[in-house]
Design a binder for this molecule. Sequence first.
Ligand SMILES: Cc1cc2nc3c(=O)[nH]c(=O)nc-3n(C[C@H](O)[C@H](O)[C@H](O)COP(=O)(O)OP(=O)(O)OC[C@H]3O[C@@H](n4cnc5c(N)ncnc54)[C@H](O)[C@@H]3O)c2cc1C
Ligand code: FES
Length: 352
Amino acid sequence: MGDKHRVHFEPVDLEMEVDEDETVLDAAFRQGIALMHGCREGQCSACKSFLLDGDVQMARYSTFALADYESEEGYVLLCKTHAYSDLEVELINYDEDELRNAVPIQTVRTSIAAITPLTGDIVSLKLKLAEGERFVHKAGQYSEIRRPDSDVKRSFSMATTPASTDENGEIEFIIKKYPGGHFSGLLDSTLRPGDEIDLTGPYGSCTIRASSDRRIVCIAGGAGMAPILSLLRRLAESGTERPVVFYYGARTADDLFYLPEIISLGLKIKDFRFVPALSHVDHAEWGTLGVTGDFGLITDVVDRQEPDLTETDCYLCGPPPMVDAAIALLESKDVPNDRIYFDKFTTSVSES
Ligand SMILES: Cc1cc2nc3c(=O)[nH]c(=O)nc-3n(C[C@H](O)[C@H](O)[C@H](O)COP(=O)(O)OP(=O)(O)OC[C@H]3O[C@@H](n4cnc5c(N)ncnc54)[C@H](O)[C@@H]3O)c2cc1C
Ligand code: FES
């Protein structure tokens, strides 16, 4: 344990303790304060804040998340910031309702219940909680997965809802396989049902804001389906009155999955539209798929189909280039930053 200091957050007038050995973000998690965050690895910029006063040091981060000129101006990434004096920090993105409403971080024991291929390179991984374990989370959050005998930790978004986790003790993840990937590369043949997995979380800010009645716009690509599916499953459970549209980008029709479930979830949401978009073909047998979609990059499709997004809450999940393009599009359409929630599936910085 290092020396302890105080951190005061503006403009929310909130104060907490931080140890020199922990990051400001981890100190917040420890004390039940939900600061905005994404990757927790200095890769996504979701935790970017302004240092008004105090001495800090930042561990290694990506200059895509914080450019050198921003760092010189006084911006910091709270997931990489260690305090060496009392700090005064101005939050850029925050949600006053969520701020004091964090779910405590837990580590629970699970075992693999099933690994099921969904497309050529995406699988569903179902984990079963060990006897006596409970995992509290919100729809749209993610957790960190680690095999007990390994140092490799990877983040994956829950596709299931808190209610279904409580009901059957099972949590689903949707994972894109990278050949040779330290974790996803094991899903083909190394990992098997019954294998133990430790789960730490929940993390992430892509949750439904109860205080909002705005239209919900979800934009995802590839395995970015996972947190959106969790949100849709939750919205269907709750019988929401809010209109919901889900734009999903895939390369070809063979990369689409869970269409029957999305259609049936849509029937439980009063005003729901699903728009799959294929980027690598200009023809699809939509009739046989049971849906109608569009063609092109998902952001171009949203641009064409959504003339006015000003009164919406937007959820973006998937590969970093897609999320960055979607954020730029939403900003160009005057969606305020505090109504854009995103999980960028950034790669881990270290190999382990
Ligand atoms: C907040 C968050 C949530 C996430 N949720 C999910 C999720 O729900 N589903 C999911 O599939 N992934 C998700 N990810 C990504 C996931 O954590 C891993 O980074 C990914 O599965 C690769 O890990 P790996 O160990 O298999 O590959 P690594 O061993 O880390 O990488 C091996 C090689 O694979 C390739 N590679 C790895 N990741 C990428 C990438 N994103 N783009 C291009 N090439 C890549 C690279 O060549 C890399 O060198 C999430 C990431 C974050 C930060
Ligand atoms: S850069 Fe800090 S949470 Fe991603």
